[in-house]
Design a protein around this ligand. Structure first.
Ligand code: NAD
Length: 272
């Protein structure tokens, strides 16, 4: 199972398919899920301080025996830690819980109200000091990105946003493309809501694949980075078996047409 990579604007490569661990319980559930993911070929793990499972992710990494440089580990600074000094501290605390001495990608989890410029300056410091390989944002609307680009030195390598066929985020994708910011999809399966969608299931049957595999394939063919989550070993494995089939242009268009601008998560403007 060879997962393809995407080159970020600073030259760092990120696997196009990663493994997300939102709502995975710290302890054995996280350790076992992440170890399974690593065993079946995932090399990118997406966690966050607020998921409270960084210790479990770290333990799985250690137990896997995979060399650190072959992995791509992402975490995120939580809203209440925003601000310059507190972000620097939050980064150290995440590293400590993960048992790592650097992250591959550190993100601002949500823009919040008025501190994300200061928070970003802390990420820039970490990056300039070589403490983190790449820095990015999450849940940024275009207006947040415009403000960030106008008031800081380094542009984010990614914007991790809710993205799936019911929320296709065309304007943000277009804006990010123009600014060489890669889009990373959270909730790539619509947090489960899209798994019984008829068009998706029709295409799944046609390709002899699962609905989840069709959804993941749609992301990959759009050039998006996707980080689906599962705690079921067989699904962790099958979600990564998506490099042996292709959706036609017509099939991609049919999935694109499912857009309803419908969110399952929060609107970033409403998260304090
Ligand atoms: P998702 O779209 O990955 O859906 C996950 C759910 O789909 C699972 O709980 C499981 O029930 C189901 N599922 C997965 N594979 C399946 C399969 N093959 N068959 C049937 N059901 C299957 O939703 P998510 O976990 O919310 O998003 C993925 C990751 O994105 C998270 O784990 C997290 O790392 C990240 N995330 C980030 C943010 C953010 O604010 N930056 C927010 C939410 C999630």
């Amino acid at each position: 199972n060879i997962i393809e990579t995407i080159t970020l604007h600073n030259g760092v490569e990120i696997p196009q398919l990663g493994f997300g661990v939102f709502k995975v319980e710290n302890g054995s559930q996280t350790v076992e899920s992440v170890k399974k993911a690593l065993a079946v070929g995932y090399r990118s793990i997406d966690t966050a301080a607020i998921y409270k499972n960084e210790e479990g992710v770290g333990q799985a990494i250690k137990e896997s025996g995979i060399p650190r440089e072959e992995l791509f580990i992402t975490s995120k600074v939580w809203n209440t830690d925003q601000g310059y000094e507190s972000t620097l501290q939050a980064y150290e605390a995440s590293l400590e819980r993960l048992g790592l001495d650097y992250l591959d990608l550190y993100l601002i989890h949500w823009p919040g109200q008025d501190k994300y410029i200061e928070t970003w300056k802390a990420l820039e410091t970490l990056y300039k000091e070589g403490r983190v390989r790449a820095i990015g944002v999450s849940n940024f609307h275009i207006h947040h990105l415009e403000n960030l680009l106008a008031n800081t030195d380094i542009k984010p390598v990614v914007n991790q946003i809710e993205l799936h066929p019911r929320l296709s985020q065309l304007e943000i994708r277009e804006f990010c493309k123009k600014h060489e910011i890669k889009v990373e999809a959270w909730g790539p399966l619509g947090q489960g809501h899209l798994l019984d969608e008829p068009t998706i299931n029709h295409l799944a049957k046609k390709h002899n694949k699962s609905a989840a595999q069709v959804l993941i394939r749609w992301h990959l063919q759009h050039g998006t980075i996707a980080i689906p989550k599962s705690i079921t070993p067989s699904r962790i494995e099958s979600n990564a078996q998506v490099f042996d089939f292709e959706l036609s242009l017509d099939e991609m268009n049919k999935i694109d047409a499912l857009n309803l601008n419908e969110r399952y998560g929060s609107n970033p403007d409403e998260v304090k």
